[in-house]
Design a binder for this molecule. Structure first.
Ligand code: SF4
Length: 710
């Protein structure tokens, strides 16, 4: 064998082998990760994928999904050309058309909708990838539609709502400098590889770890104390911990005296939640609640790691999280090194330590100049706090004839509750275009389906905590006739004659505008293929509230919320009260007799991100068939063995899945991964079952029964 062929076989990058290493990022999951990748490219094809060592955020790590990038990019299921529907909606029959024909139809439909029904009859939705958000939001607003909405209608923003209601801003955990980490239902081992690495390192160095999670996750298995609570009882647990902290005077009295609003009312309420009562409500032994409260309150500094979704996927989710997040300030851990540090987001909601024009870019005019957006009546607090619509009400708005046109970027309707309802609603649209890599179930309802490329086939700007930025070049050309979503957005803006210099000038011009206050330009960042640190990066400042107060109505940390107080008429309480989940033994005892199991869905498996990696042989092989996790005791009582067929039944439907008997799950709880076409667990949840503050469906605590057999 010649040296050249040996080098090719060994995938050694050099001139003789013709293999080049190109820098890119993985965007299979969300912008809190977007790990750096070294792509080994030969003859325009990726032959090997590795984590990028110099990427200062991901530091060479890739999860199972990112490691399967070649299968993702070269999947035979990729949409190859623009398509026009020829069959019935939902049937999946399409004919090929050219990009020119597609643009013509879309432009005509959007212009016609604007002229005849008004721009508010059109909804712009961004699912995955999330990088398109700022550009679609600007396009939607300048087109005149208030109905810009995103996948954050079920993820992240509900958690951030709780943070903002208490502190007026978010506050990320300073994991690298903490001595005690309270992880509240996050499992970075399955969701965020870079954070998992930091957690492992700190744990090895002696950091104390408390994990609140209904499941014995890999993160929980490392914990000094695991508080394995009944799903949806987080508020009762947090109030029980607060009871210990207050009654044992473990709180930061000086902070509380100077910087909190409503402490008296709150502390009176907290008295009700003795550890014994918290035990009854949560199922967590009182002694564990006491031990966790003491450990968190007395180890300095201590940080609180929230999760984007699990705690807010309950009908009482935001209130529960308010109660949990109150522990940060009570113990003097807000905005201190090693605690939870509040920093202004720079881009895509990530605090990176440099200034940008992102807010001004996203919101070219105030929402008050546009008609009311989806959710303004149903979840007024959401619409008061966010400049985007609550997408969970899309089916209702379509059914009522208020929305007739839908422009979707990676839209996946299986993220909604009662998916049968949204399937029917999508059929009623006048026009629907969806962009995606794959022919998803959602695409089958579209009139036009457009092929877009993956992150490695396009150029993408990304920024990270610590001031690290990267602006990639395509590692390979877009496959088939796919294009970058970004290119589509700017071309559409041109054809719609949107009067906006930035949208008319393209992606890099927009990045230049967004980055202007940071002193960087798109070109400058591109010159550093492995990324760079912004010259204007400033490390976080601490205790900013001492000078500027909190961005809440009272200017203080709010234990009694000024925003929620205004919405008492909507049935909301200004205190972080604990009400049991809407379907539970306490709130619906009659229903609970017939449907005794708590069904919990929406958590991540390490190899899946919703349905994005379902098609890949490597990831799919780890759980090829829909399967529900239940504990050995429940399985034995029902006469169910590993791999048996079972049915999950709720008042609105049933699905058949395989039983996976697992010690991870509590007795009385069944965990089911979401998104499967053949067993869609979200089809079992009533669309009216949601949190009145966020509009988030109660994905993680609804009642059902389990029956053995198909
Ligand atoms: S899918 Fe995995 S590799 Fe890709 S960005 Fe997310 S954590 Fe990183």
């Amino acid at each position: 064998m010649s040296i050249t062929s040996e080098r090719i076989k060994g995938k050694i990058p050099c001139e003789e082998s013709g293999i080049e290493v190109k820098k890119s990022i993985c965007a299979i999951c969300d912008p809190t990760c977007h790990c750096g990748m070294d792509l080994y490219v030969k003859d325009g094809k990726i032959i090997k994928v590795e984590g990028m060592a110099e990427h200062q955020f991901s530091r060479g790590t890739l999860c199972a999904k990112g490691a399967a990038t070649r299968q993702y990019v070269y999947s035979p299921d990729r949409i190859k050309t623009p398509l026009r529907r020829v069959g019935k909606k939902g049937d999946g029959e399409f004919e090929e058309i050219t990009w020119e024909e597609a643009y013509q139809v879309i432009t005509d439909k959007l212009n016609e909708a604007k002229k005849t029904l008004g721009p508010e009859s059109c909804c712009f939705y961004v699912g995955y990838s999330k990088g398109m958000r700022p550009y679609v939001q600007r396009l939607s607003i300048l087109y005149g539609s208030p109905h810009y909405c995103t996948e954050s209608s079920t993820c992240f923003k509900g958690m951030m709502q709780a943070f903002k209601l208490v502190y007026g801003a978010g506050g990320g955990p300073d994991v690298r400098n903490t001595n005690c980490l309270l992880v509240w239902s996050a499992n970075p081992m399955h969701t965020n590889t870079p954070v998992a690495e930091a957690l492992f390192n700190k744990k090895d160095a002696g950091m104390k770890l408390i994990v609140v999670d209904p499941r014995l996750t890999p993160t929980a298995s490392l914990a000094d104390i695991h508080l394995q609570l009944r799903p949806g009882t987080d508020g009762a647990l947090a109030l029980g911990m607060a009871n210990v902290i207050l009654s044992e005077s473990l709180f930061d009295k000086e902070f509380v005296d100077k910087f909190t609003h409503g402490f008296e009312e709150y502390s009176k309420y907290v008295k009700e939640f003795t550890p014994q009562k918290a035990q009854e409500l949560t199922g967590v032994p009182a002694e564990k609640i006491i031990a966790a409260a003491r450990l968190y309150a007395t180890t300095k500094p201590a940080a609180f790691m929230p999760s984007s979704s699990p705690v807010v996927h309950h009908t009482n989710g935001v209130q529960n999280y308010r109660a949990a997040m109150a522990l940060i300030g009570l113990t003097g851990n807000f905005d201190v090194p090693g605690g939870n540090v509040s920093s202004k987001p720079s881009y895509l909601e990530i605090p990176c330590g440099f200034e940008t024009n992102a807010d001004a870019f996203n919101l070219p005019k105030p929402m008050s100049e546009l008609p009311p957006r989806m959710g303004h009546k149903e979840v007024p607090v959401w619409c008061e706090m966010y400049d985007e619509a609550q997408a969970m009400f899309l089916p209702d708005y379509i059914d009522d004839g208020k929305i007739k046109t839908l422009v979707g970027f990676g839209m996946n309707y299986r993220m909604w509750s009662n998916t049968k309802k949204i399937e029917e609603s999508l059929k009623k649209l006048d026009f629907f275009v969806n962009l995606d890599l794959f022919m998803t179930d959602t695409c089958k309802y579209a009139d036009i389906v457009l092929p877009v490329c993956s992150s490695v086939e396009r150029s993408e700007f990304k920024s990270y905590p610590g001031g690290f930025v990267i602006h990639t070049k395509p590692a390979i050309n877009p496959l088939f006739k796919s294009i970058s979503d970004y290119d589509f957005i700017f071309e559409l803006a041109k054809r719609l004659k949107i009067e906006d210099d930035l949208l008319q000038s393209g992606y890099d011009a927009c990045i230049d505008y967004i980055l202007e206050p940071s002193g960087m330009t798109a070109d400058e960042v591109k010159k550093h293929p492995g990324g760079m640190v912004a010259g204007s990066f400033k490390p976080p400042q601490f205790k900013k509230y001492e000078q500027h107060g909190f961005k809440t109505p009272s200017g203080k940390m709010e234990l009694v919320s000024g925003i929620l107080a205004k919405h008492k008429g909507h049935g909301l309480d200004a205190l972080p009260v604990y009400n049991p989940p809407g379907q539970s033994r306490e709130a619906s005892p009659e229903m609970q007799k017939e449907y005794p199991f708590i069904i919990n869905t929406g958590s991540r498996l390490p190899m899946f991100l919703h349905t994005r990696t379902f098609r890949l042989p490597w990831t799919n092989s780890l759980r090829p068939n829909p399967a529900a996790d239940l504990c050995p005791e429940d399985a034995a009582q029902l006469g169910i063995k590993q791999g048996d067929s079972i049915k999950i039944i709720t008042p609105i439907g049933e699905i058949s899945v395989l039983a996976n008997i697992s010690d991870m799950v509590l007795k009385g709880v069944v965990f089911m991964y979401h998104g499967y076409s053949q067993a869609d667990v979200n089809s079992l949840i009533d669309s009216k079952y949601y949190d009145p503050i966020s509009g988030y469906p109660g994905f993680k605590s609804f009642l059902g029964k389990i029956v053995a057999g198909e």
